[in-house]
Every structure is written in structure tokens, then in C-alpha cells.
Design a protein around this ligand. Structure first.
Ligand code: GLV
Length: 310
């Protein structure tokens, strides 16, 4: 905000902590030349047409852009900025935190201590599986998946990954490409790091859960839409899988009465993968850089639709 306020531009800032409802955003964007948005804002063709012909750039403060109709932006000649790279390490840290929290039942155990339910050291109390020495399947070995893989080197895991095509990153982290079915069948931990696209929508659904090991743990720090949440609930209730650690859900937030939140073997976080202070500050900086570049007609620093536009 300090950088934007210092720039020679007129600002219209949404002042509330919750996102502008779509009709209000559509109204407020009319006549704007730039739009700096969050992943909670739906940016579609109708909104672009409401904005009018002066809209020159959409700059999102996030790496994922599944809330934005990028094809519609491209068709209108509008570059879309995003913030890759600077949040990979923070998101990988959180992924490891979720792996350990679910396997070693940290949230459940800490809640028991606070509620006075811890009475004695118990040989079988709060036991769970090891991350050390486990087989970990990474779905999407991109920037974040590779950062997760680097961290796991210290846990002596066997690393499998699945991408549509084998990745050059794999050799550096000693990860083996397998098809998705093999990954699901062999992994003790399945961790999702693919973007949300039509191809990854409900990639992990009932058939995937049937393939997973009974003791397996699912971690999702990507997007809620990659998982069929009803199938996940069924798989957790039936013991088809052991636990889930979710930083992302559908919808966000889940209503407090959602059945997933009642399960002790599920850890749900409020989409905080990138929420280290330094990552968020760098994301904000890049979002401002992209916005100002677009307003000045310069190429964006990180553009989602560069080939078509720059
Ligand atoms: C967060 O989810 C992001 O896409 O940056």
C-alpha cells in the first residue's frame, strides 16, 4: 500500500477484510486501468467487459491464478501478473509441517493436553507413522514440489513423483517418475503441488482413494479443487486412508459444521502456505511491480500469458 500510495496513480482500495462481492467488484472496476487482486476475487469475461477498454493489466498477489479467466484476459489483450518463486519455500515448509502434524497427531495431542486429557505417559498414546524412511509421492514436481523434495532429503524417504511428463528437477532431488496409479499405490504420504486446471479437477477422487494404502496420509497445499472432498470424507471415515492435512478446501473457509472439521485425523488450515512474513511481503512487492509495469505498458516481471501478449 505504501508503494501504491507513492505512485502517480489514483487508487480505489477495497477497505474490508473480506473480499468484495462479485457484483460490487464488477461495479468498482468500471473505468479502471489496472486491477490488483487476490485469489479470492473472480476475474472473468463479464468483469473484464464491465471494466471497459482501458483495463491494461490484472496483477494477482498469488502464484495460482485459477480464479482468473486467463484466456479471456488474453483475448482482451490484458496481461495477467502473478507472484511465482517467492512463496515456494514457505509453502514447502508448511507442507512438511502438515506431514508431521498429521502423522504425529500434533493438533490432537496438544488439544488433549490443554483439555486435561493427558494423564500419564502412555506407551501407545498418540502414536502414528514415521515420516522418516517413508515413501512420499509428490503430485506436481514444480517449484513448490521440488522445494518439498529438497526438505525431505533429510528424512531418508523414497521419493516418487508424478507430472504429465518427467521433470528435469527430479534428478537433483533423487525422485523417480511413476504414473499416478503407481504413486497412489506405493506412497505412505501423497502430497499435492499441481495447479488447479480442468485436467487436475478432482484428480484425487474415489478411485484414487481406493488405490491408496490404508495407512496413507494425504496432504494438500495446492488447491481444494484437486481433491473430491466428499470422496475424501468417505475415505477417512471408512479407514481407506489414515489422515489428511489440508491447507486448501472447497469452499474456503469450510463452514464450521462441515463434517471434515469433526474428524480428529484431519488438520485443516486457513490457506496459509505462503503466510511467512517475508514471502507475503515479497508477493506484495511483485504484485505492485507487475501492476505498475502493466500501467506503463511495459512487460510484466511475472506474466501468466506472456507468449500471447509480450
Ligand atoms: C496461494 O495459494 C497462491 O497461489 O499464491
Amino acid at each position: 500500500m505504501q508503494r501504491l500510495e507513492a505512485a502517480p496513480i489514483a487508487l480505489d482500495v477495497w477497505p474490508h477484510p473480506t473480499p468484495p462481492p462479485y457484483p460490487i467488484l464488477t461495479e468498482r472496476v468500471r473505468g479502471c486501468q489496472g486491477l490488483l487482486c487476490l485469489l479470492t476475487d473472480r476475474i472473468d469475461a463479464a468483469l473484464l467487459s464491465a471494466a471497459g477498454p482501458d483495463l491494461a493489466v490484472v496483477s494477482q498477489m498469488a502464484v495460482g491464478v485459477d480464479n482468473i479467466d486467463v484466456a479471456a484476459c488474453t483475448a482482451s489483450g490484458i496481461p495477467v501478473g502473478h507472484t511465482p518463486g517467492v512463496l515456494s519455500e514457505a509453502t514447502a515448509d508448511l507442507t512438511l509441517a502438515l506431514m508431521l502434524a498429521t502423522a504425529r497427531r500434533l493438533i490432537e495431542a496438544a488439544a488433549d493436553v490443554k483439555a486435561g486429557r493427558w494423564r500419564t505417559w502412555d506407551p501407545m498414546g498418540w502414536v502414528g507413522p514415521d515420516l522418516y524412511g517413508a515413501t512420499v509421492g509428490i503430485v506436481g514436481l514444480g517449484r513448490i514440489g521440488a522445494a518439498v523434495a529438497r526438505r525431505l532429503q533429510g528424512f531418508d524417504v523414497e521419493l516418487l513423483y508424478h507430472n504429465p511428463r518427467p521433470s528435469a528437477r527430479a534428478a537433483r532431488v533423487n525422485a523417480t517418475w511413476v504414473d499416478l496409479e503407481t504413486l497412489l499405490g506405493r506412497s505412505d504420504f501423497v502430497t499435492l503441488h499441481c495447479p488447479s486446471t480442468a485436467a487436475t479437477h478432482h484428480l484425487i477422487a474415489a478411485a484414487a482413494f481406493r488405490r491408496m494404502k490404508p495407512g496413507a496420509i494425504l496432504i494438500n497445499t495446492a488447491r481444494g479443487s484437486v481433491v473430491d472432498q466428499d470422496a475424501l470424507l468417505g475415505a477417512l471415515r471408512s479407514g481407506q486412508i489414515a489422515a489428511a492435512g489440508l491447507d486448501v478446501t472447497t469452499p474456503e473457509p469450510l463452514p464450521p459444521e462441515h463434517p471434515l472439521l469433526a474428524l480428529t485425523n484431519v488438520v485443516v488450515l486457513p490457506h496459509i502456505g505462503s503466510a511467512s512474513l517475508s514471502a507475503r511481503l515479497r508477493m506484495a512487492d511483485i504484485a505492485v511491480d507487475n501492476l505498475l509495469a502493466g500501467l506503463q505498458g511495459r512487460p510484466l516481471f511475472h506474466c501468466v500469458n506472456p507468449d500471447e501478449l509480450q
